[in-house]
Write a protein that binds this ligand. Structure first.
Ligand SMILES: Nc1ncnc2c1ncn2[C@@H]1O[C@H](COP(=O)(O)OP(=O)(O)OP(=O)(O)O)[C@@H](O)[C@H]1O
Length: 428
């Protein structure tokens, strides 16, 4: 792509979120990243690695805790004037028609009413919503709602279009069409949007859309690598080159998330308070993975699971990590293989499964800590107490997310139960 000065830059950016009570969550560490003219830049990485936070810092919606954000070489103060955002959840005003939803954004920019009308009409035509000007959001499909979101973002003629998982709430076929249309608009545009920054969970989507793919790792979020996408446009998602790139991206993410090398344990004294992070997979996801593995004779390739089950890659990865933690599978390279225990577990009846699950949970420090705490607190632990404990034990993790996984795994193993209405955890 054209090598000109970047439009936006992050230099040595760090981000902490205040979790209250003096607890800081370190979300981003030393991020150096630029958005160049005429490119599509995509961010991909595990849930919680800070993709949306990077997008929001670039947009000026939130401030970096350390480091610098630049727009055309100048330090960014407040909102980024070159950016317009398409959000995942559409973010439309339900009481306004399509046309009014677009116009209202333009009015907020202080444009004269003639200009508001003509720009709104142009944007509505651009995204193929002609004839739906008077419709209300409730009358539209998910794909059409996202077209309104796109029209709103494009109507202000942004230099960079930001999209935060824009197609995750529309069906696969519609998403495919919208991706191609956005690229058509970007390619056709004489000037704007010059560039696109997109956050995605979907490896095929980034391989299709991006010129450069930023792979992030988590805890805290860091740029693991940036992959240049050499494939010419328009891209054929069934071509051998495309599938090779997808495979390469899968490999990069898998080697980061499921490393084959044994990680040397830190000194016990440093470890004394720490616990192991829990991957964000529900017991049902893990069971689904194990049952699929059983149909494959107890061994399969990680990507076979994704293509056969249509479960998103990230969730498959989290389920595999969880199953490995519970000693149900081994994961040499890209393979997933039953352990003897995993096989026994999947073939067992429900009662025995729960028993095995419980025994495995109690091998994990976090679950031992929680059961000990329950003993010490006479069988009752409030949500706040537990969240604060999780913060202490897993300072790099999102405690709310860990709380949810912990409760769900504990419930399945009948180890403890969470009484939502009272906000307390009790033994089962
Ligand atoms: N305003 C906030 N206050 C406190 N914590 C936050 C805030 N915004 C994000 N976080 C936390 O920062 C971390 C990174 O969040 P972010 O949404 O940027 O990640 P992500 O990679 O986009 O995740 P996902 O793929 O799940 O959307 C998460 O642990 C999240 O809970």
């Amino acid at each position: 792509m054209v090598s000109e000065a970047p439009i936006c830059e992050l230099k040595g950016v760090q981000k902490f979120f205040d979790r209250g009570g003096g607890n800081l969550l370190r979300v981003l560490e030393d991020i150096n990243l630029d958005i160049r003219p005429n490119e599509v830049l995509c961010l991909i990485g595990p849930s919680g690695c800070g993709k949306s936070t990077i997008l929001r810092i670039f947009a000026g919606l939130i401030e970096a805790s350390k480091g610098e954000v630049r727009y055309h070489g100048n330090r960014l103060e407040g909102l980024n004037p070159g950016v317009s955002i398409v959000f995942q959840g559409f973010a439309l005003y339900p009481w306004m028609t399509v046309e009014e939803n677009v116009r209202t954004v333009l009015r907020a920019k202080g444009l004269a009413e003639d200009e508001v009308r003509s720009r709104a009409d142009r944007a509505i035509t651009l995204v193929g919503l002609e004839g739906f000007e008077e419709a209300y959001p409730r009358e539209l499909s998910g794909g059409m709602k996202q077209r309104v979101g796109m029209a709103r973002a494009l109507s202000v003629d942004p230099e960079i279009l930001f999209m935060d998982e824009p197609f995750s709430q529309v069906d696969a076929l519609t998403a495919e069409g919208l991706r191609a249309e956005i690229l058509d608009i970007w390619v056709d545009a004489e000037r704007n949007p010059s560039s696109i920054l997109m956050v995605s969970h979907d490896i095929k989507e980034v391989a299709y859309m991006a010129d450069r793919i930023v792979v992030l790792s988590a805890n805290p979020g860091r740029v693991r690598t940036i992959v240049e996408n050499p494939l010419p446009r328009p891209r054929d998602t069934r071509s051998a080159e495309f599938l090779r790139l997808v495979d390469q991206l899968h490999d990069i993410i898998t080697s980061a998330e499921l490393p084959d090398v044994e990680i040397t344990a830190p000194e016990p004294s440093l470890l004394s308070d720490m616990a192991e992070p829990l991957p964000s997979a529900q017991s049902g996801d893990i069971l689904g993975l194990l049952e699929f593995l059983e149909t494959q004779g107890g061994t399969c390739d990680l990507f076979q699971v994704v293509s056969h089950t249509h479960v998103p890659f990230e969730l498959v990865l989290a389920s595999v990590k969880s199953a490995e933690m519970l000693e149900f599978v081994d994961t040499p390279k890209r393979s997933v293989i039953f352990t003897a225990l995993g096989q026994r577990f999947v073939r067992a009846g429900m009662e025995e499964r729960k028993q095995i699950w419980k025994e495995q949970l109690l091998k994990l420090k976090l679950f031992r800590v929680v059961t000990d705490l329950l003993d010490m607190h006479e069988g009752q632990l409030s949500r706040e107490e537990l969240i604060s404990e999780l913060h202490h034990r897993l300072p790099m993790e999102d405690p709310e997310r860990t709380f949810e996984t912990l409760v769900a795994w504990g419930r399945f193993g009948e180890l403890f139960a969470y009484r939502e209405e009272r906000g307390v955890l009790t033994p089962e």
